[in-house]
Design a binder for this molecule. Structure first.
Ligand code: DMJ
Length: 699
């Protein structure tokens, strides 16, 4: 064995600079210098080169590090909630009940169960939505995202291929993602956590690494949006409207066909298309996009596409599989989609499938409190909460009623409506509401609200409010408890959550967290103007419509003020006039998931007011989707950054609700046929699947 030659290694001795003991420093310095001189020229050059590299790297990363720290300390928008005099906010429910429903108040009742009638036997259902012509497919227009930008990171498919279903891992995957969401939600004001973890909700189960943004560029450093929106040349829409109704309807059909082409080519029968990687994502393994799209295709008159999809439902769709599904998502997308398609087509196939699914979801309700679990294994007939809690999300347990009630009515089997109505009865009498506003969680053992003190109209609570009104309308305005809860909630929203920006007096809906007002608004909240307008149309107070008008303007601004013309997932509004700006978008909130809520509200607002500006705003949004989210070979993709028109950062996912909701509401917005799914005959579930309003029960 040979000792290493002197030139083969370098010995470094590190001294402790904080040590106060005598260490003969001068001697050591001399010895270091001697050692340095003993090194070969090559060794010295190598060390100097490495040190220079380290220095350059340190200098380059300095701005992004300081930028991140600046973001982390951003707490200026948390404001003390004004002490307000508490007054009775609902002295007048009974009189509203009288005016709106023109009926004597009655206790909450189960829905009136009628004999099931297919559309052929129901003069009010069917003919008005039967497509009148087959529209020939046209070439997809203007490929925008021909290739993923070279800067794009490649992201592993964390949700995994369908093989996950076989080994029963799906629930773990979904659960894992939700767990991360909870960390975010629970950590009040923890923006830094949110940036590292999950930035979305419900159906937009974004992998944590997809949520991570690259270090901010010079352009990105200015997160605040100027009051006068920037309009660089490349934000000019590539397609300019000439404005005719027919053009617009055809453009929506084109968009749908393009989305469908991507799904058909690369994700057929799977849950979601990944259009950039030309592959698919699996969530429950139930063909989510296909089922969510059925009624949209029927409404748009896309007969060929519909026939192919129906064939898949007939031959391939099976609920006999060992897979955990989320009760809420499966109900609103799959059960809702099957029920509405049955109504539109009269085809028994869809009702049979709906019945099969409904019965397989029932184990979710076997809990001590009768508040359902979040997850059901439809193959095993077992149900459970998420792994980390026995809570369910409030919006989830209170946004399955339209579908379960309709299933009972059609099948004349009361079990579905009974479990769904029971949840509403329990929540109705539960203490812990704040002027009609509800916390975001409810425990499946105790049946009590948990995580009290946070009130939002966004994620985890949103469709509770929507379904209060819609159940009331569905049931023929006979269930007064639902109306009472809805009216009280709207008053609570006005009192605690509605504010205006300092600069342009934009009305928005913020959040309340332990008596502190946070001027944060999810894009999800943009469902609210449409719901308020629907209530006003059904006889509820006129000031609901006033608020709807103002909030629609704000949701429109959330798109208009962005460089891509697309809204971010979350905005923060500025209450200070001196800020000179209305909207601030934080780096972690800049993504767009092709969500429907604003287009949904534009549809309601146009139907009730006939003001063309709502159509024009919708048209602008469609142009922006085409410009920044359309993938050349088929499909549309969620994007990372609505503020960067040069590199919006495709996320490689097309959510099923883009076809089920966004494009459907867009089409209905542009249609001149007000009887096409008349809002006096149909109620749309929270996934935009139309269900019939029941005939009034006999007086
Ligand atoms: C849809 O699944 C439904 O609209 C739900 O109520 C909220 N989230 C998505 C769309 O954003």
């Amino acid at each position: 064995m040979y000792p290493p030659s002197r030139k083969d290694f370098v010995s470094l001795t590190l001294s402790d600079p904080h040590s106060h003991t005598y260490n003969n420093g001068k001697h050591r310095r001399q010895s270091c210098w001697r050692k340095w001189k003993q090194l070969s020229r090559l060794q010295r050059s190598l060390i100097l080169f490495l040190l220079a590299l380290l220095l350059i790297f340190g200098l380059l990363s300095y701005p992004s590090i300081t930028e991140q720290w600046r973001g982390l300390s951003d707490r200026e928008d948390w404001l003390e909630l004004n002490d307000r005099e508490v007054k009775t906010i609902l002295p007048d429910v009974k009189s509203v009940l009288g005016q709106a429903a023109d009926k004597a108040p009655a206790p909450v009742a189960g829905p009136h169960v009628e004999p099931a009638l297919g559309p052929a036997l129901r003069p009010d259902v069917g003919p008005d939505v039967v497509p009148d012509s087959v529209v020939e497919p046209r070439e997809p227009n203007i490929p925008i995202l021909a290739k993923p930008p070279t800067k794009k990171k490649t992201f592993p498919n964390k949700r995994g291929p369908p093989s996950l279903q076989k080994d029963g891992n799906i629930s773990d995957t979904v659960g894992g993602e939700k767990q991360e969401q909870d960390v975010v939600q629970d950590g009040e004001g923890e923006e830094e956590d949110k940036e590292k973890k999950i930035v979305s909700w419900r159906g937009a189960m974004i992998e944590a690494d997809q949520a991570t943004e690259p270090p901010p560029s010079a352009d990105e450093k200015e997160a605040a949006v100027p009051r006068v929106p920037a309009n660089p040349a490349n934000t000019v829409p590539l397609e300019v409207s000439t404005g005719t109704t027919v053009d617009r309807l055809e453009a929506v059909r084109d968009a749908f066909r393009h989305a469908w082409k991507g799904y058909k080519d690369y994700a057929w029968g799977h849950d979601e298309l990944k259009p950039i990687s030309k592959s698919f994502g699996e969530w429950f393994g139930l063909g989510l996009t296909l089922i969510d799209s059925l009624d949209t295709m029927w409404i748009m008159g896309l007969k060929e596409e519909f026939a192919e999809a129906k064939n898949w439902v007939e031959k391939e769709l099976s609920f006999n599989k060992n897979v955990d599904v989320n009760l809420f998502e499966t109900t609103i997308r799959v059960l809702g989609g099957l029920l509405s398609t049955f109504h539109l087509t009269g085809d028994q196939l869809f009702l049979d499938k709906a019945k099969d699914l409904g019965s397989k979801l029932m184990p979710a309700f076997k809990t001590p409190s009768k508040i359902p679990f979040s997850d059901v294994n439809i193959g095993k007939g077992t149900a459970h909460p998420p792994r980390w809690t026995s809570d369910s999300t409030l919006a989830e347990v209170t946004s399955i009623q339209l579908e379960f009630r309709e299933l009972s009515r059609l099948t004349q089997d009361p079990q579905y409506q009974e479990v769904a109505n029971e949840v509403m009865r329990l929540v109705h009498k539960l203490p812990g509401k704040h002027d009609g506003l509800v916390p975001m969680f409810i425990n499946t053992n105790s049946g009590q609200f948990t995580h009290k003190g946070v009130f939002t109209l966004g994620a985890r609570a949103d469709s509770y409010y929507e379904y209060l009104l819609k159940q009331w309308i569905q049931g023929g305005k006979a269930e007064d408890d639902l109306l009472e809860d809805y009216l009280q909630a709207v008053e609570g929203v006005k009192k605690h959550l509605v504010r205006q920006t300092g600069a342009s007096r934009l009305t928005f809906v913020g959040e309340l967290s332990h008596n502190r007002f946070n001027p944060k608004m999810d894009h999800l909240v943009c469902f609210l103007p449409g719901t308020l307008a629907l209530g006003a149309h059904n006889g509820l107070p006129g000031d609901h419509m006033d608020l709807a008008v103002e909030l629609t303007e704000t949701c429109h601004q959330m798109y208009k003020q962005m460089e891509t013309g697309l809204s971010p997932e979350i905005v923060h509004f500025s209450l200070q006039a001196s800020d000179g700006r209305d909207v601030v978008v934080k780096p972690a909130d800049r993504h767009n998931l092709l969500r429907p809520e604003t287009v949904e509200s534009l549809f309601y607002m146009y139907r009730f007011t006939k003001e063309t500006k709502y159509r024009d705003w919708g048209w602008d949004i469609l142009q922006s989707f085409n410009n920044y989210t359309k993938v050349s070979d088929g499909g549309y993709t969620s994007i990372n950054n609505v503020r960067d028109p040069v590199n919006p950062g495709p996320r490689d996912k097309m959510e099923s609700f883009f076809l089920g909701e966004t494009l459907k509401y867009m089409y209905l917005l542009f249609s001149d046929d007000m009887e096409l799914l008349s809002l006096d005959k149909y109620i749309f579930n929270t996934e935009a699947h139309p269900l019939p309003i029941w005939p009034s029960p006999p007086k």
